[in-house]
Design a protein around this ligand. Structure first.
Ligand SMILES: Nc1ncnc2c1ncn2[C@@H]1O[C@H](COP(=O)(O)OP(=O)(O)OP(=O)(O)O)[C@@H](O)[C@H]1O
Ligand SMILES: [Mg+2]
Length: 254
């Protein structure tokens, strides 16, 4: 489904602050599967998702989705096929617009429209159904401005908006990290339900080993931009993963 071929990326090239993040990285992501990416702070996880999503250009290599090289495609064009949920609840939604306006905007992705014609009454029942599935009573607040929602409610809305057009690929960058443990667990379960229901190919970055083991099909560990572990999730336990993680961190500190 997704192939990353010979990806190389450095930041601040030619300066004293030059950092080489990826050097000929190769990776294939299977269709309809959830792949978790784990690894220590700064190992390149978000950079990888940003390169796939198109918000950061690559230096060399190719990003191929469904056989098509999208490396040169602008971020807005890629967004037609790639859904994203970020770590910060303020990203991915427009706080000054209502839930209905936000969902209508997500629904119009890639289409030309006037603001006057943004909301189509025929679609409201579908939006209500999508929100109902979250069990957060958001369907009763369609006219509430998103800035009044809690972080968990915003992340849930963001998730619904990222998936409502059934993207070829869903990118989750620590999307529950800013939430309290209980809300984080609720949102993770809802995410899993959505991904499973629509068989959405997903890459999920997480620092939560339990979530990685429980909710993904495959786990990839990055270390300094390299894949140091690539395993079916059923072959590792949370405990083993933490031990591997610790051992890697100790190598870094040593
Ligand atoms: N736009 C940028 N310009 C310069 N350096 C950057 C940029 N984006 C990321 N970096 C650097 O690249 C490295 C990898 O960052 P990245 O955000 O990919 O790490 P990460 O694995 O997502 O870490 P975390 O777990 O803390 O989110 C870091 O050293 C970071 O400072
Ligand atoms: Mg990150």
């Amino acid at each position: 489904m997704l192939r990353i071929k010979n990806l190389s990326k450095s930041f601040n090239m030619g300066t004293d602050h030059e950092i080489n993040i990826f050097n000929n990285l190769n990776l294939e992501i299977e269709k309809n599967k959830c792949t978790a990416i784990i690894g220590s702070n700064g190992c390149g996880k978000s950079t990888l998702l940003n390169i796939i999503g198109g918000s950061i250009p690559l230096d060399q290599g190719q990003i191929i989705i469904k056989g098509k090289d999208i490396s040169k495609l602008r971020e807005e064009k890629r967004a037609l096929h790639i859904g994203r949920v970020h770590q910060t609840p303020s990203m991915g939604v427009s706080p000054s617009l209502t839930l209905l306006e936000n969902m209508s905007l997500a629904d119009k992705k890639g289409q030309n429209f006037t603001l006057k014609k943004l909301i189509k009454k025929d679609n409201i029942d579908r939006y209500v159904e999508l929100l109902k599935a979250l069990d957060l009573c958001l369907e009763n607040n369609l006219d509430t401005k998103v800035r009044f929602l809690s972080g968990g409610q915003r992340q849930s809305l963001s998730l619904v908006m990222a998936t409502m057009k059934l993207p070829d690929l869903l990118l989750l960058d620590e999307h529950t990290a800013a939430l309290d443990p209980k809300t984080s667990s609720v949102i993770m379960k809802k995410t899993n339900e959505l991904i499973a229901k629509y068989s959405i190919t997903t890459i999920m970055i997480s620092h939560n080993m339990k979530d990685a083991v429980e909710y993904s099909d495959r786990i990839i560990m990055l270390d300094k931009g390299q894949i140091v572990l690539d395993t079916p999730s059923i072959h590792v336990t949370e405990r083993e993963l933490i031990e591997i993680y610790r051992a890697k961190l100790e190598q870094i500190v040593a």
